[in-house]
Write a protein that binds this ligand. Structure first.
Ligand code: UD1
Ligand code: MG
Length: 423
């Protein structure tokens, strides 16, 4: 009984502390970037506000630039810390590691290898940059490449107004680094009741699974971007989804850490969830900082820089955490909004530049908005107004965020039920 002490707790604490620093850094950086963006003409009108119809109060746009930058810096710094201080140390080789090894042991306590004695030798760390660390770095750097590329493309979109169809291509290209580095399974588990029909319990989708992952990224980035238009909505939904992802990681990790002995599969799952947590912790931090400025009434707008960055960070965390199917369950509001929007997205019915609600100057309430042809705009924001009646911008945002919360809770319940169907 009992579990061996290893580095996973230290690494999570380390990533958490770094993210905390990231939160404060982001909080300081946002006003600076906001002023710079405003000076360069990067601002927008707050369309749902009284008196802004003439465009009197410009709100700085594209603050995703600040959050994206701090997130990237956080994960770059964590990479250095992880590679040099937190990688699993082989106890037999500890004396080769020099004075800082003694220092870290003094600070963090001595630790044994997290690998079970039965691990094949290729998994065991070697002197210098061991195989495990090398493999970890490949994955980590691919995540870094994909996220950085997406911040860059998002900002380019904010500045240059890239046409909608091109917007679909951008995340596809930005996915390639993580798809190339993906080491998880490309098979899907068949539910118990269907196994007799299919004739096996696992079906390897191969290249189809890789296409599926590209679609996950394209979906995550664009779906957050189009569930938008209310102060705090883009950052709010991201914070809730990221919170759910983090909770999912922690639940999985704590159940694995509690095992008396780990199989190779346990080690793989553990490492994947640790990886996912390293991406998600700083995402939660920078998003919380952004929300301080973006929540009603917005002092800054997040821009497509943020929506693309956030969608990519979540997708990377789900894909390299090997739970992209579960991730999609947390995206139920975005799926509903996306499917409901398709007639407008594919121009079957007219789609105006903005599908924001209509602001009533008399009452200060928002009303459902209509298209040029008279029909209602086909998105979740308008649907909520039609279903639950006119309300203030803040109320409407909170209602949708509450729905997001309920969907994430439902995701956890669904997993619990499905566990029985899949075992
Ligand atoms: C997406 C939506 C669009 C919606 C817009 C709002 C689709 C296909 N596209 O477009 O319908 O109007 O997001 O973000 O569904 N704004 C506000 N209040 C806010 C947030 C944004 O008034 O709380 C306005 C500001 O003028 C801001 C602009 O929206 O400058 C940003 O729009 P942008 O992100 O460029 O729109 P898209 O992502 O292209
Ligand atoms: Mg947008």
């Amino acid at each position: 009984g009992g579990f061996k002490p290893s580095r996973e707790k230290e690494s999570i604490v380390c990533s958490g502390l770094l993210s905390l620093v990231g939160f404060f850094a982001c909080k300081r950086l946002i006003p600076v970037v906001a002023r710079a963006n405003l000076a360069k003409g990067l601002f927008g009108k707050d369309i749902n506000k009284r008196g802004t119809e003439g465009g009197e109060i410009p709100i700085p746009e594209s603050l995703g630039l600040a959050t994206g930058l701090v997130h990237i810096v956080c994960i770059v710094l964590f990479q250095v810390i992880h590679t040099h201080f937190l990688r699993p140390p082989p106890s037999s080789q500890r004396h080769h590691e020099g004075w800082w090894s003694c220092l870290k042991d003094a600070l963090l306590g001595p630790s044994d290898s997290p690998y079970p004695a039965s691990s094949p030798s290729y998994l065991l760390p070697q002197h210098g940059l061991d195989d495990w660390t090398e493999k970890w770095l490949i994955q980590y750097n691919s995540a870094l490449a994909s996220i950085s590329l997406m911040v860059f493309l998002g900002f380019a979109d904010d500045v240059l107004d890239i046409p909608w169809r091109t917007k679909l291509v951008l995340p596809t290209v930005a996915t390639l680094p993580i798809i190339a580095a993906y080491t998880g399974s490309t098979a899907i588990l068949i539910p118990l009741p269907l196994r007799d029909l299919v004739g096996c319990s696992l079906v390897d989708l191969g290249v189809l699974y890789q296409i599926f992952m590209v679609l996950v990224v394209v979906f995550c980035t664009n779906s957050i971007n189009i569930l938008a238009g209310l102060n705090g909505l883009e950052a709010g939904q991201t914070l809730i989804i990221a919170g759910a992802v983090l909770l999912f990681n922690v639940t999985k990790l704590s159940s694995i850490v509690a095992l008396p002995e780990l199989t190779l599969e346990d080690v793989r799952v553990r490492d994947a969830h640790l990886f996912s947590a390293y991406i998600t912790l700083p995402l939660v931090a920078v998003t919380a900082a952004l929300l301080l400025f973006n929540y009603y009434p917005s002092r800054v707008f997040v821009g497509d820089t943020y929506t693309y960055f956030a969608g990519m960070a979540l997708a990377v965390s789900g894909i390299l955490g090997h739970f992209s199917e579960t991730l999609l369950v947390f995206f139920i509001p975005q799926i509903i909004n996306f499917v409901y929007s398709t007639p407008q997205l594919f121009k079957v019915v007219p789609c105006p530049r903005h599908r924001l609600p209509v602001y009533d100057r008399e009452t200060g309430l928002l009303h459902p908005s209509r298209r040029q042809d008279g029909g209602y705009n086909l998105n979740l924001v308008t649907l909520f107004l039609r279903l639950f009646g006119p309300c203030t911008e803040k109320q409407l945002c909170n209602r949708i965020l509450f729905f997001q919360f309920v969907c994430c809770a439902f995701g956890f319940a669904l997993r619990h039920v499905l566990a029985g169907v899949y075992k």
